[in-house]
Ligand binder design. Structure first.
Ligand SMILES: [Zn+2]
Length: 232
């Protein structure tokens, strides 16, 4: 595959990237993106709080179940007053009742704490819902302006995309794979000229054997950054 085609592909792709950046930098797009991020954050928060609420309800239910069971046990223990003549069973009776009472106290305190946490969660849930609704409204409000801004870029973007697709047909599968991978890694430009003895992308010195290769073949891969290196 010819270097000139690769460079042409890159030129068109760069123009498209510049255009996308220009759109992204426009006030309308910025406002739209900000509101979208806020809305997504609120939605995520709602899901998280729903999960937390579910867990709290389960914990609360098990605390209440245990409280009721201990309470029942205490009532039963208290109603079975032992034979006053037996010191051993009287001692056991007192210790058992005390144990049950102190367990009930612990459970009551845990239930009260859990109630407090549930109230807090309810409050923050309401706040998240309000923020989410607000962001949704704002997003809807700025959508038209964003679409209008996007429409301004569309003719040029479509033209570039069509040209890019046409050049892509002349590109090898191997080149496109390397190019798209590096593009994703934001190693742009992907195809760079040799700058003296250095890579024009990462500025690392290129070894002598690669320089020799470059005198016989149109391009090599930079061993440091992976970019496609060519000699001007
Ligand atoms: Zn490099």
């Amino acid at each position: 595959m010819e270097l000139s085609i690769m460079l042409e592909y890159q030129k068109l792709d760069n123009a498209l990237i510049r255009l996308e950046n220009e759109l992204r930098q426009s006030p309308a797009a910025k406002e739209y993106t900000t509101n979208k991020t806020v809305l997504a954050g609120a939605q995520e928060q709602v899901l998280k709080q729903n999960r937390e609420a579910g867990e709290m309800v389960t914990q609360m239910q098990s605390l209440i179940t245990e409280y009721e069971a201990v309470e029942k046990e205490l009532k039963e223990a208290e109603s079975a007053v032992p034979d006053v003549d037996s010191a051993v069973s009287a001692d056991f009776f007192i210790r058992n009742v005390q144990k049950l009472i102190s367990r009930l106290k612990v459970l009551a305190s845990e239930i009260s704490k859990m109630s407090g946490r549930i109230v807090e969660l309810n409050q923050s849930y309401a706040a998240t819902m309000t923020a989410g609704k607000e962001a949704k409204k704002k997003l809807a409000g700025c959508r038209d302006a964003y679409e209008a801004e996007k429409a301004k870029f569309m003719p040029q973007a479509t033209e570039l995309q069509q040209k890019l697709q046409a050049v892509e047909k002349d590109c090898s599968e191997e080149f496109l794979t390397v190019y798209k991978r590096l593009r994703k890694l934001k190693k742009l430009p992907v195809i760079v000229p040799l700058n003296g003895y250095n890579c024009g992308g990462c500025f690392m010195e290129v070894a002598g054997d690669l320089l020799v290769k470059l005198s016989t073949q149109p391009f090599v891969e930079c061993p440091s950054c992976g970019r496609i290196l060519y000699k001007k």
